[in-house]
Design a protein around this ligand. Structure first.
Ligand code: B12
Ligand code: SF4
Length: 521
């Protein structure tokens, strides 16, 4: 009799097919599938993960299907960057008569594309509870091979977060799944279901250390207008600091990991939590270096000192712009002064600082771009990446420019610098601005005649492109009131009050801990 596995979870991502990622070679395992694997096992299902990361091509899955146990259900993970391979994988599985579920950031937005390619059910958003409910509705009991399995289509349609075609081939979207309340009830991701030793050894071979991704929280409560949060949304929930450190300790002791990339959308949201996490790492003597993302309004020198003591070696900040006007329009909620203050502290403490710059947000003028160039050259992050604001479905930015989108756009197929709405400036313009920013940044690091000349040439070209684009009616629309965002609402004074609130709460927490320690001793 043929061997069977209840669920085969599939990561169709093949690293060698993505040029920039192949070059930087920083492989991270499919952690979403590892959470699903852990939950399924906890509920008695047999489960396997097929991870395409190190395979030569997506077609290798055929070999696995021939050689390994037959899956009763397959669950595909997909991001926009490997949508084509994900859709081809769905077709391949359907050829073999397997029931296919699809989930992840891309199916969460483009459910219909995945269903049209043959997926039986798409899950939008978080998957741990949804997948259990779906298997139940598919009448698929753990380990039981039923001959006449009957999907309860009516029930499937009521499972929150699920999309599917009904019997009349109409798209049915059940309401969105409310965000999970806590993270502590999640099992530890099934690290053993992927070849983690291979990830560790590849990292060591190429970079000299072993890094893995780790998320201590889900969701982000801030309101940046261009930021898509298709999976975890705005509601912020976290592991307890102890639970987070338990898992870190497991990764260090079991797999020899020595570096964590904390993929939380923004790591420093609750200051007291970060302090407790750092304290726990130090108290338990866990030997780990880490890197995270943070906002410039939520850290100060005292917190940075503690994070450094607990192993942080790099923090990446979303600086976005050097113009307060643009930050306010983006509802970023930070100030240029915050960026300068934090950068100075980072340099003083010797923590590596990376950053992100976002250009092309509606209303951004040349004077704003110049301020961004000034900011980057003055704060000198060790590196920074630039991109052009892309209106992603589901964001406030998308809603703002919905009627200004260019025909035939498909943001999922575009590169990071594409301009897909009716902005006065083109992709070429922003490419030049990027080159200018890099040239000026290099000049700030060390003067060289060649860079100076490059910078002058680029400035002249940008000037010419601006004159060419300056059609009054386009500029007027671009500057219209609809893009004003929080302009004027989020003043530096308000930001300072906001920060003072955080500091006060942190001080209260510290005081409470001091008192508690005194009582204990
Ligand atoms: C970590 C990360 C990466 C890592 C990927 C590591 C990895 N192997 O997973 C790296 C740095 C490589 C990366 C790169 C990129 N990323 Co990225 N990344 C993230 C980030 C910050 C966290 C993802 C994560 O680990 N989540 C934790 C796990 C637990 O969640 P999950 O994977 O989504 O899985 C859950 C659900 O989706 C669902 N689910 C997932 N699979 C399945 C399958 C089934 C069957 C079911 C039922 C459910 C289900 O259940 C899971 C548990 O709840 C997200 C932001 C975010 N908060 O989601 C962006 C994000 C996923 N990335 C994004 C983008 C755009 C990119 C890049 C294209 C950026 C670029 N221009 O280069 C590249 C593409 C790289 C690639 N692989 O092709 C976008 C995705 C947009 C989209 N619609 O696809 C996001 C959402 C950020 C954003 N707001 O724009 N990224
Ligand atoms: S950009 Fe960062 S801080 Fe802003 S909403 Fe998105 S994740 Fe949160």
């Amino acid at each position: 009799m043929q061997r069977v596995v209840d669920v085969l979870l599939v990561n169709p991502y093949v690293l060698s097919r993505h040029e920039p990622r192949k070059a930087s070679y920083r492989p991270y395992p499919p952690i979403g599938l590892m959470y699903l694997g852990a939950v399924l096992r906890e509920h008695g299902y047999s489960v396997e993960i097929y991870d395409g990361t190190f395979e030569a091509s997506p077609d290798q899955l055929r070999v696995r299907l021939r050689a390994g146990p037959r899956p009763r259900v397959a669950g595909i993970f997909a991001m926009n960057s490997f949508r084509d391979d994900a859709l081809a994988t769905i077709e391949l599985l359907k050829e073999q008569g397997v029931t296919v579920l699809a989930g992840g950031p891309d199916p969460s937005i483009y459910d219909e594309e995945y269903l049209s390619a043959g997926a039986d059910v798409v899950v939008r958003g978080e998957g741990e509870v949804a997948i259990l409910e779906i298997l139940d509705a598919l009448d698929l009991r753990p380990g039981v091979e039923q001959e006449d399995r009957r999907a309860d289509v009516e029930r499937l349609q009521t499972i929150s977060g699920v999309s599917l075609f009904d019997r009349d081939a109409h798209l049915v979207r059940a309401p969105d799944r409310p965000a999970s309340k806590t993270m502590d009830d999640l099992p530890m991701p099934a690290y053993d279901l992927v070849d983690l030793p291979r990830y560790v050894s590849e990292w060591r071979r190429v970079h000299g250390y072993a890094s893995i991704q780790f998320m201590t929280s889900r969701g982000c409560p801030f309101s940046c207008t261009w930021c898509a949060r298709p999976i975890f949304g705005r509601k912020y929930r976290q592991y307890s600091p102890e639970r987070a450190v338990d898992e870190v300790q497991h990764l260090v002791e079991e797999y020899g990991v020595d570096h964590l990339w904390l993929f939380d959308d923004t790591f420093v949201v609750r200051r007291a939590w970060v302090e407790a996490f750092c304290d726990a790492i130090m108290e338990r003597g866990v030997k780990i270096r880490w890197e995270c993302l943070a906002r410039v309004d939520l850290v100060d020198e005292a917190l940075l000192v503690k994070m450094r003591a607990a192993g942080v070696e790099r923090i990446n900040f979303g600086f976005e712009s050097g113009s307060q006007r643009v930050l306010d329009r983006m509802k970023k909620g930070t100030t240029v002064e915050d960026a300068k203050r934090v950068a100075a502290a980072m340099h003083r403490l010797g923590i590596t600082m990376g950053g992100y710059v976002l250009m092309g947000y509606p209303g951004e003028e040349w004077t704003d771009i110049e301020k961004t160039i000034e900011l980057i050259t003055s704060i000198q992050p060790v590196d920074y990446s630039t991109s052009v604001a892309l209106p992603m479905p589901g964001t406030e930015f998308f809603t703002l420019v919905r009627d200004m989108m260019l025909a035939d756009n498909d943001w999922a197929k575009e590169d990071a610098d594409a301009v897909i709405w009716d902005s006065p400036y083109s992709r070429g313009f922003y490419r030049l601005v990027e080159s200018l920013m890099h040239a000026e940044y290099d000049l700030g690091l060390e003067f060289s005649m060649r860079r100076y000349v490059k910078s002058k040439v680029l400035r002249t070209m940008i000037g010419a492109m601006r004159v060419a684009a300056s059609k009054p009616e386009r500029l007027a629309r671009y500057n219209s009131d609809r893009f004003r965002g929080w302009e004027g609402m989020r003043t530096p004074q308000k930001s300072a009050r906001h920060r003072a609130g955080h500091q006060k709460r942190a001080e209260q927490n510290r005081e409470e801990r001091r008192v508690a320690l005194k009582v204990l001793s």
